[in-house]
Design a protein around this ligand. Structure first.
Ligand SMILES: Cc1cc2nc3c(=O)[nH]c(=O)nc-3n(C[C@H](O)[C@H](O)[C@H](O)COP(=O)(O)OP(=O)(O)OC[C@H]3O[C@@H](n4cnc5c(N)ncnc54)[C@H](O)[C@@H]3O)c2cc1C
Length: 255
């Protein structure tokens, strides 16, 4: 089976995110980059399915040229083909992003058969729009389930498990289908030495981004207010001990 996994280059979590002066973009000058944990799990799930059923995994991203780095990382963990849709970073709303990716998928599928599965992350790690996967699935006319915490394939059917407060939901999608994968579905593997070598050698296919600006307009970005810490430092080293005892007494823990 052939599986395509869509991944997005995003700033590494944990970094302080600054915004450019015009409030239109994240200032990426001093940031490291990665893909979302959901997408790491999507790559892992695709690789596990191919290990079980045969076939190959392709990874695709729409982003700046530097996004090759994320494609190569995915190859180091088991994908074998990589597609980059290079863009400059301006005016890429989710609708345009989805349109451009759907067009490239259609183009790729004229050279091979349809991808049995197209996997996405549940949401991206930066803008968390929950939009791109569902828009692409709609464009391509494929059934889609997001939030998958289980994904197995049998007799041309993708069996998907979702967890909700109400219990567990099971979906059976005829393939070709699209699935949004949620973190926790598996434990992504680390790159192997063989994988790292393959990732250096893999030829990255470049496809042209060909889609019009969508209907959304970005007003401005702003940082959320800094969270004020409620942590009270009672002291350091042995000097803190009396203050800890006082606190325990105050809390009624020493009776
Ligand atoms: C009005 C507006 C204007 C914007 N303008 C810009 C801009 O000029 N430049 C810019 O960089 N961003 C811009 N953004 C942000 C950009 O649209 C989103 O980052 C992008 O469309 C993906 O949406 P998302 O991050 O919400 O992904 P989600 O919809 O949350 O992503 C779900 C999944 O879709 C897949 N996916 C998402 N994006 C990609 C991708 N690029 N390549 C491959 N797979 C992907 C991944 O599997 C991901 O886990 C804009 C957003 C808005 C609302």
């Amino acid at each position: 089976m052939n599986i395509l996994v869509c991944v997005k280059r995003v700033p590494a979590p944990g970094a302080r995110i600054n915004i450019t002066q015009d409030a239109q973009q994240v200032d990426t000058a001093f940031l490291g980059f990665t893909i979302s944990p959901h997408e790491e799990c999507a790559v892992e799930q695709a690789v596990q399915l191919v290990e079980k059923h045969g076939g190959e995994v392709t990874v695709l991203t729409l982003g700046p040229l530097e996004a090759e780095e994320q494609l190569r990382t995915a190859v180091s963990t088991g994908a074998v083909k990589a597609v980059l849709i290079p863009i400059d970073v301006q005016d890429w709303d989710p609708q345009r992003t989805a349109d451009a990716i759907a067009l490239v998928i259609t183009e790729l599928e004229t050279h091979t058969s349809k991808y049995d599965l197209i996997l996405f992350g549940n949401e991206s790690a930066d803008s968390c729009g929950y939009q791109v996967g569902i828009r692409i699935a709609l464009k391509l006319g494929r059934p889609m389930v997001n939030g998958a915490k289980g994904l197995e394939v049998e007799n041309g059917i993708a069996n998907i498990r979702r967890e909700s407060d109400a219990g567990v939901e099971i979906y059976m999608l005829p393939m070709p289908a699209a699935v949004g994968v949620k973190e926790g579905i598996n434990l992504p593997r680390y790159p192997t030495m063989k994988g790292r070598l393959a990732s250096k050698k893999v030829e990255i296919t470049r496809s042209v981004a060909n889609a019009k600006i969508g209907g959304l307009k970005l007003d401005k970005l702003r940082r959320p207010p800094e969270r004020v810490s409620n942590t009270k430092i009672l002291g350091t080293g042995p000097d803190a001990a009396p203050a800890v005892v006082d606190l325990f007494e105050e809390l009624g823990l020493l009776k």
